[in-house]
Design a protein around this ligand. Sequence first.
Ligand code: MBD
Ligand code: FE
Length: 306
Amino acid sequence: MNRQEIDQLVKEMNVDTATGAVDERLQQVIVRLLGDFFQAIQDLDLTQTEVWKGLEYIVDSSKSNELGLLVAGLGVEHFLDLHADEVDAKAGITGGTPRTIEGPLYVAGAPESVGFARMDDGSESDHVDTLFIEGIITGTDGQIIPNAKVEIWHANSLGNYSFFDSSQSEFNLRRTILADADGKYVAQTTMPVGYGCPPEGTTQALLNKLGRHGQRPSHVHYFISAPGYRKLTTQFNIEGDKYLWDDFAFATREGLVASVSDITDPAELAKRGQDKPVKHINFDFQLVKDVAQAPSSEVERRRVSA
Ligand code: MBD
Ligand code: FE
């Protein structure tokens, strides 16, 4: 069949058969995806067995809670960012800190504080570097935005995230910091280590067949929001990591690479309540002003909360 015949068949089966109220947008999407799918079956001569294996893979991925990981690993989440950038640019929205993927490991409900938060529970302090992260939230004009909501989450020294790793304490390495009146946030935490897909999981099984690894560089996630500004979903990825530009989830972008320095000055350490040298990352964010008629900067997806 040619594409016209395929589209006609899809229409006969899923449009012409409608006898009740139709969700036009959903119908448009389903018709398009079915047409593309039938076309792929035709072009690739997919066997019935291959199609069933594929469907069963999606079932297995969802049963093991890895669909979000799969979507990140296949670059779908990154493509959505590239597309959102294009849509924004067409609406005249440019500038500000680049967005990058949320990933599948956010948990809502983290403890909130003003200006400063210690994010780690101390359980790794004997063998992991302490890290201070700080920065200023401004508009694209450099104007300070006071009291922005800065949600931060990252992995521990094994690359694992609390909640999904039940061995960690509740909300370990997850905090919401309200920037202070000067737009500043400070987090005391531990140095994250890059995430690796569960080696026996469904995502890694597919990546193996594609000859790909499932590793991410060390990184820290952010949601940043403030009234009158577009919500920013982003991360910084940490310079020096072997996977910095070889991220299986494609989240590293120009403008989102953080460099780490050492704080060794005893007076500076004392001011921070530290008795041994610590690591330091400065990372500022620029938010874009909300404009009327703009595409939404809020992404709705099912998220866990604890
Ligand atoms: C992560 O920590 C992550 O950020 C993404 C995108 C995918 C898997 C694990
Ligand atoms: Fe992550």
